[in-house]
Design a protein. Sequence first.
Length: 240
Amino acid sequence: MEDDKLHNDANESFRERSQLEKIQKYIAGNYATETEAAKVSGLFDILFACGPLPKKLMNKDFLEKLISYLLPVIATTDYWRRELLLSAGHIAQYIYFSKRGFARRFFIQKKTGREITDFFWTEHSIITVPDSFFQRQPSQAFIEVMPGTELMSISFQDLKACIKKYPVVEIFSRNVILQYNEHESKRNYELSFLPAWERYIELLKTHPDIEQKVSKEVIASYLNIAPQSLSRMLKKRGHP
């Protein structure tokens, strides 16, 4: 039974890679400017990382219409300094697709004013606060982007109009919510059952260069320990 599952997973992964390769080949051959091709190719790289996409996207006529619709409404922005993409109390107006760089989600404790980071994003990530963006609720969190980050973005209104015109795109929204739910489940498990050192090891597995991206204070807040505790832990055990 387990072998069958692994075999099916491998076949599905192969089909997804083949689908992405076909899409990339189509994009390279049908968009004259390098900027347009890079934008579209980067977007599909990120969408495939989010989850399996419908087979309808392999239909060239449909794909061409969808890409032609998306190109004018997707913006690309480079960030050369730390900047807030979203502040607590505001409704997220954009969803972001990370081509390169780093970002984090954090909350501010009312009593202490301490920043509590609970999410990191790297390249090929979809950056948003799902409840705020999809359900139009004021965000309780902040999103901060780090220097050297390149993001693509689309507004809620433009995505809503795209889904209305091409309903198959709605699977993207479901995949994003599923991805975030999986992260929340994994993080709750780690905070509940793993000691601080093991949480740190798990963080390095997914973000091996985290110490070059953010301060030890940010890392400590993600691990739910004091910065002094992180320093003592590293001094005692050494860097893994």
